[in-house]
Design a binder for this molecule. Structure first.
Ligand SMILES: [Zn+2]
Length: 353
């Protein structure tokens, strides 16, 4: 009787083992180099099979939408990652220039990045020559993996220094794991590919006839939010500084800082088509989202100034018309608003004391 611990060959394994043994036996006269060469082939194909087994499925195509003469978006419909949407909930933008394609946020997984490359191919045969990552949350840069696979390890990937450091540090793997968990492993196979170039506020980069202007105004959604103005299109990609269809996750951010960011970028860039990382672009996005944000921030600050507790802040925010007006169009409003009021209240307390 075979003991349970004895190795059992799966049906498909037998020929591989037999051919390996044959290679080993025949190697005596052929030399060690040949043996090594012959052995790597089945080993590599096995590794490839394992990789294919653990990688999530391809993401269905989402037709790109043209926003301006040079800029296209692959618009994510959902507000949050789920097993059903395979993690597709953040927009991917691409700028088509005579010097190649520039990608603004690369998607939330290897598979989403691969889908984005297929969509870019529908618009232009030009290669991707640069990628920008707006901040260190993984829904905006985990797709880097697909772009270096397709366009090489030397492909420039730009971010602010702080975002690059966070991705190289714990945030990189943390976000890779979070995306896998939220999508029930649909993003499996995605590797952390951090930015390899650093940009600063005020910097301008030219790609053919297009100029990209870097904007950064302190803590907003995170301490390192890069917004990218595309000239001459009068279009600015905001990352997660503003959103259209949901409330930004404010765990690493600042309500007061976000409102200040809006004022400064409006002043610097003027009238723009504002494009968020989540939701649809509009010319009134900063005004609309700013109004909603002031509806959360100002009653929270007032409650702290008046010596009230968070419950008073909560009640006043919920009846604020600026919040009520947007509540029905914000995905996840009911489940998240309490948390955001708590965060606003905490920030107001820190400001007051
Ligand atoms: Zn995001």
């Amino acid at each position: 009787m075979t003991p349970p611990s004895a190795p059992q060959n799966a049906p498909g394994q037998q020929p591989l083992n037999r051919s390996r043994r044959r290679l080993l036996l025949g190697a005596a006269g052929a030399g060690a180099a040949v043996t090594a060469l012959a052995l790597t082939a089945p080993v590599r194909s096995l590794a490839q099979q394992v990789q294919e087994f653990i990688a999530g499925p391809p993401v269905p195509d989402v037709a790109p939408l043209q926003l301006s003469p040079h800029v296209w978006t692959i618009q994510a419909r959902d507000g949050f990652p789920t097993p059903e949407n395979l993690g597709l909930f953040a927009n991917v933008l691409f700028v088509v220039t005579s010097a190649g394609v520039v990608v603004l946020d690369s998607g939330s997984s290897l598979q989403i990045g691969e889908m984005a490359i297929r969509m870019i191919r529908r618009v232009t045969p030009q290669p991707v020559v640069a990628v920008f990552n707006s901040h260190y949350h993984g829904d905006h840069w985990l797709g880097n993996h697909a772009f270096v696979n397709a366009f090489g390890r030397e492909l420039p990937i730009y971010a602010l220094q702080g975002s690059k450091d966070r991705i190289v540090g714990v945030e990189g793997n943390l976000w890779r794991n979070l995306m896998e968990r939220w999508t029930n492993q649909a993003t499996a196979g995605t590797q952390v590919v951090p930015p390899n170039r650093v940009v600063q506020h005020g910097q301008r980069l030219r790609f053919g006839q297009v100029e990209l202007v870097m904007h950064h105004y302190g803590v907003a959604h995170t301490p390192y939010d890069l917004s990218i103005e595309v000239r001459p299109d009068r279009l600015t990609y905001l990352g997660d500084v503003a959103m259209e269809n949901r409330i930004a996750n404010m765990d690493d951010g600042s309500f007061a800082g976000t409102l200040e960011y809006f004022e400064k970028i409006s002043l610097a860039a003027g009238e723009q088509l504002w494009v968020p990382g989540h939701g649809r672009a509009s010319r009134t996005l900063l005004r609309d989202y700013g109004e909603f944000f002031r509806g959360i921030w100002e009653p929270s600050l007032q409650a702290v100034k008046d010596g009230h507790g968070v419950e008073v802040a909560r009640a006043n925010v919920l009846k604020d018309p600026r919040v009520a007006r947007h509540a029905s169009t914000m995905l996840g409003f009911e489940s998240n608003i309490g948390r955001y009021i708590s965060l606003a209240f905490l920030e107001a307390e820190q400001l007051a004391f």
